[in-house]
Ligand binder design. Structure first.
Ligand SMILES: [Zn+2]
Length: 309
């Protein structure tokens, strides 16, 4: 069976109880998107599914999910995918909405991911520390962070085993194509456990405060496929630029301007190739281990492409 036919079959199975549609109809829609409009098959599948949801007057949660795929946490990189996970409940948090029954963090050997279980899905309670086989969960994305949602079609089976949970480490190799605002010599709120970056001398939480200087870089690194946001803390910034916090403060003092530090750093690093390794925190990679590389010959091309994104 062809790939498109297989997807058509899956979609047909989901809707055959609700509307009068043939596998051929579904396949034709998919084929048009894939062949004529060059839409990737996953996207075509989503689009065609949405079409039939609308036609049937159904919500996504209402349809049965055949053919969801067993994946690892680190493989979740797209919203609206139906997947199966084997994962341990690391933490449960207090739901902030009545529509949510449980919310927390799941983990497997490849990483961790947030989960939400809808109240109306009427599923059994997950226990902290237990390992589950979760079938038919749907992926979601918010501001670059992925999560999974347990819904009324989800099947939960508790497993009598432990699971080692890994941290999400990323390795990126590519050109540092942009440095974002909030980089260079910054001031942070001095209140305990706050450390928010001040905007014009003000903390979002604590108002006007006497800030403490810090060095940081928020950069965009393009590996040729994706753009990644990378944060360098004080130590990583000092290592990367050879500029210490004290030197940066002196530089800003001499110029009577803190932005000179960011300008100097940007001139030094933008356009350079790096291999960067570190844990991921939401949409950011925290640079732990950085190595400068000789860039490929088409560095200029890459920069032009990156600017046009
Ligand atoms: Zn504060």
């Amino acid at each position: 069976m062809s790939d498109v036919r297989q997807h058509a079959d899956d979609i047909h199975d989901q809707f055959s109880d609700h509307i009068d549609v043939s596998v051929d109809d579904v396949e034709e829609r998919l084929t048009t998107l894939v062949d004529e409009y060059k839409v990737p098959i996953d996207e075509a599948r989503r689009s065609v599914t949405n079409h039939y949801l609308e036609e049937a007057g159904l919500e996504r949660e209402d349809i049965s999910q055949g053919g969801s795929e067993e994946v690892n946490v680190e493989d979740v990189d797209e919203p609206e995918q139906w997947i199966d996970l084997t994962a341990k409940v690391i933490e449960l948090w207090d739901p902030r909405s009545d529509s949510v029954a449980q919310v927390g963090l799941l983990g497997d050997p490849t990483g961790t991911i947030k989960f939400t279980k809808w109240a109306k899905s009427d599923l059994p309670s997950l226990e902290e520390g237990a390992v589950y086989d979760l079938r038919n969960v749907v992926t979601d994305e918010y501001q670059g962070r992925y999560s999974v949602k347990l819904n009324s079609t989800t099947v939960i089976e508790e497993l009598d085993e432990d699971l080692e949970v890994g941290d999400d480490t990323s390795e990126i190799e590519g050109a540092l194509v942009d440095m974002q605002s909030g980089s260079g010599l910054i001031k942070r709120c001095p209140k305990e456990d706050c450390t928010r970056v001040l905007q014009n001398g003000r903390c979002n939480e604590h108002g006007e405060v006497e800030g403490e200087f810090d060095l940081r870089i928020k950069a965009v690194v393009d590996d040729g496929i994706d753009a990644h946001e990378v944060i360098f803390d004080k130590e990583a910034t000092e290592d990367l630029t050879g500029l210490s916090l004290e030197e940066a403060k002196d530089m800003a003092m001499d110029a009577l301007d803190t932005t000179i530090v960011a300008d100097e750093i940007a001139a030094d690093i933008v356009g350079t190739y790096y291999r960067i390794e570190g844990p991921t925190f939401g949409r950011y990679v925290l640079a732990d281990d950085v190595e400068e590389l000789d860039g490929p010959a088409d560095a200029e091309q890459l920069l032009i492409r990156a600017r046009s994104m």
